[in-house]
Ligand binder design. Sequence first.
Ligand code: 5AD
Ligand code: SF4
Length: 457
Amino acid sequence: MKDNTAEISEIKALLGDKPRKAYIRSFGCQLNVSDGEKIKGLLKKMGYGFTEDEHEADLIILNTCAVRESAEDRVFGIVGSMKKLKELKPSLIIGIAGCMTAQSHIAEKIKKSYPQVDLVLGTSAISALPRLLLEALRGAKFSADITEYDDFSEAAEQVRESSFKASVPIMFGCNNFCTYCIVPYVRGRERSRRPEDIIGEVRELVSQGYKEIMLLGQNVNSYGNDLGGECSFPQLLRELNKIEGDFWIRFMSSHPKDASKELIDAIFDCEKVAKHLHLPVQSGSSAVLDRMNRRYTMEKYLGIVDEIRRRDDDFSLTTDIIVGFPNETDEEFRATLDVIKKVRYDNIYSFIYSKRSGTKAAEMPDSISDEEKGHRMRELLEVQREVSTEHYKRFIGRTMRVLVDGVSKKKDGWLTGKSSEFIIVEFEGDSSLIGQFADIEITDAMNWAVTGHIKKG
Ligand code: 5AD
Ligand code: SF4
């Protein structure tokens, strides 16, 4: 762990008693949100408070995502508009963190075209924040650190977004090199955290009253591969399940090529592990999966689904799908629609393929027009809506245990929560239930949620 206590003290002394506010915005996946919580943890130590309004901020950090071009464009749009804020408040410090910074052409672009940016912080250099901030506070025009210190994976203090749901990264990086994906280039190779550190952190969170622990990794199934066989992911699940308390364990994401029988056994044996598996299929065509370098066939994927459904026909499955991978034929796309109908996913996260420079797929010829890709996406969403509504109907008349998330955005006086199956459940109730478990009798199903009322007695 990089020692930055001297810099933290210097910043505290420099800022004095004047309250400073930071605006931190994280884009993209939950691992990035977790990094944002660590950035906040460091800033809190330096004496910063937080604001949701960038106009009030003395420091802005955009914690970026590079998975799709649209996410990058959004960040560039926001940074562009921040030029005005900086003109109004010249002491404002603007920083860019996260996956975008790890691409050299993007880092160059930021430096060259966005002079309002004061600091750039790499994904493995979060602990360098105090030093960079100190330089900026002392008047440096631009400072950057995208070194891979890899020193921030343990015992980092965090300012958590929720008081009842916590994300716990169990590993960092990815070794898989799916041909479309930028992650292995911006997050480096897989590094697993020590099992005892993870268990200690979860135990502490549960003792603080957290009700849902989300274990995070790009591919949690390869957890422990770098620990010399000491602890696999299914073993870790079993250890965490032993922690006393009323809480759920979730995890994300699970690569189908490594989804083993041991994993399925652990899910069904551990009562605290939620009855839901996010198993990204990406495409329903084995030929496309091959071009994606996914290293499983549809046969293997459907074998895992069958094994799960054999044990529990209701088990909830969700997935990620990429539409319009280079040269995806109509037949290949139809194979994806078939899989959706066959598996009956409870939810799908679908994305139009986005070319990422530096990846293998970026070099592949692609004759499919954007219009056609948009058309396919709409068709896929239509099929998914039908499948979800039909599939959600199985819950009508049953009682679902729900962790209450907050107030419903759809109806006044209603609350929203998620069931163990990761299904949105909406019902009438008092806001004092937020952060608690509640039993809900389901009366209706829509394509995005089920609704019901609190079980009496
Ligand atoms: N274009 C579109 N979607 C992508 N994903 C990853 N890379 C790309 C890309 N280049 C999707 C995959 C992955 C999810 C997190 O993002 O479906 O599972
Ligand atoms: Fe990207 Fe594939 Fe790694 Fe997931 S498993 S982060 S899609 S390379």
